[in-house]
Design a protein around this ligand. Structure first.
Ligand code: AMP
Length: 401
């Protein structure tokens, strides 16, 4: 390690979980990573994995995020990965909603923290959890630089006609009712990485980036910036997902309330968020692996769910091919995009008219890089996303400033 290198932690805090990754920067070497799940519940699961591969898992009670932070830092010491807390020189936090305000990553101070709290209504489940993570670190490591990296920042370049809903304009002006998008850190990472892989400058490329995991979003990227994305005011919009509907006619809300007797809008929105998508249609699972198994067994509802899922993604790709007047590459990332050769193959099936030809000999589970045929006009890429690295890089950059 060079003398100038320092240890930086990237954090992704959920309401009952804390995911972390420890880096040596600027070398970008992952030293260890881990997760604390079920914080505040009985039998929390504590996992830690060294870079060289040994994984430790324990069931313990972890009542707060602060305790979770303390536990994994202590574990880093007992595993000799660090020798003291003071070795950590910076921490970066994933923050889901940055609204229009945060266009870039920022050093967290009291004003920034208050602003993140003000934006809670844009991400009522996520921003409060992100704040808990930030505060836990502020208590335990008060002197180190703390940086917020926003999931919405990459999409702040969208043009007005793409982010505005065709509602009375005052709702945007008065209340900020507009599209913000999500997964920006991932779309940004694969955008940069695809330029590297294609040996081209990012500002010469037109791309469609498909982040397809349990949550999924598709982004149109022109010359390095997001010009449109499928998620909306919240991550409920866009393509069909594991448990979310994606785009839906809002008139269904009063209709379903009347028919079902459910008298709370929030309850209906919860159904759209948590009980729909692959899970809702198949009645089996939100997990694509289960759906694929059930399809192979001939389960009709699983086949329908799978077909609808593929169809929604195809339609978004079609929209963005039109918006961008063709693209140089389509990128697949996240749990399903990275791992499922079947999903990639089905999405691109019958799209050769657009210059999209997948090479099935390169499209296998675990494939990475270019998976299109040599003659394909549009390159097709599989790029494992790395949001943690983007966060660590942001800390490193702001630390230098
Ligand atoms: P993520 O939210 O990015 O962690 O992605 C989670 C999703 O990836 C789940 O729906 C998993 O079923 C899916 N996934 C992971 N591995 C595979 C695989 N080999 N084939 C299909 N889906 C997968």
């Amino acid at each position: 390690m060079s003398k100038a290198s320092s240890k930086i932690i990237a954090i992704n805090a959920g309401s009952s979980s804390l995911k972390w990754q420890l880096y040596n920067m600027p070398e970008e070497i992952v030293l260890a990573k881990g997760m604390v799940e079920r914080i505040g519940l009985p039998n929390a699961i504590f996992t830690i994995k060294r870079a060289k591969g040994e994984k430790f898992e324990r069931i313990v009670d972890v009542s707060t995020h602060e305790l979770a932070v303390q536990m994994f830092l202590d574990e880093l010491i007992s595993l000799n990965i660090i020798s003291a807390y003071e070795e950590i020189k910076g921490v970066g936090h994933r923050v889901v909603a940055g609204g229009e305000f945060f266009k870039n990553s920022v050093v967290i101070d009291e004003i920034v923290l208050k602003k993140i709290a003000d934006l809670i209504e844009l991400a009522p489940l996520h921003n409060p959890a992100n704040i808990q993570g930030i505060k836990a670190f502020q208590k335990i490591l008060p002197k180190i630089i703390s940086v917020a990296v926003f999931d919405t920042a990459f999409h702040t370049t969208m043009s007005t006609e793409n982010y505005l809903y065709p509602l009375p304009k005052k709702y945007y002006e008065k209340y900020g009712a507009r599209k913000y998008g999500a997964h920006g850190t991932s779309h940004f990472y694969v955008t940069q990485k695809s330029a590297e892989l294609l040996g081209e400058s990012v500002d010469k490329l037109k791309l469609i980036t498909c982040h397809i995991g349990n949550g999924a979003s598709i982004t149109a990227v022109r010359y390095g910036v997001s010009i449109d994305t499928s998620m909306g005011f919240t991550p409920l919009a866009g393509v069909m997902m594991g448990t979310r509907t994606g785009d839906i006619d809002p008139s269904l809300i009063p209709f379903l309330m009347e028919k079902t007797g459910i008298n709370s809008v929030q309850e209906i929105i919860d159904i759209f968020n948590k009980k729909s998508g692959l899970l809702g249609v198949s009645g089996i699972s939100s997990d694509m692996r289960d759906i694929i198994v059930a399809c192979k067994e001939g389960n009709k509802d699983a086949i329908l769910a799978f077909t609808m899922y593929i169809n929604r993604i195809k339609k978004y790709i079609g929209q963005y091919l039109a918006l961008l007047n063709g693209v140089d590459a389509i990128i697949f990332t996240a749990g399903i995009g990275e791992n499922s050769d079947i999903v990639r193959s089905k999405i691109l099936e019958g799209m050769d008219w657009f210059g999209l030809e997948i090479d099935e000999s390169k499209n296998f589970p675990g494939a990475e890089g270019i998976i299109s045929t040599l003659s394909s006009k549009v390159k097709i890429l599989v790029i494992p996303t790395d949001e943690e690295l983007v966060i660590a890089r942001a800390v490193e950059k702001l630390k230098k400033k």
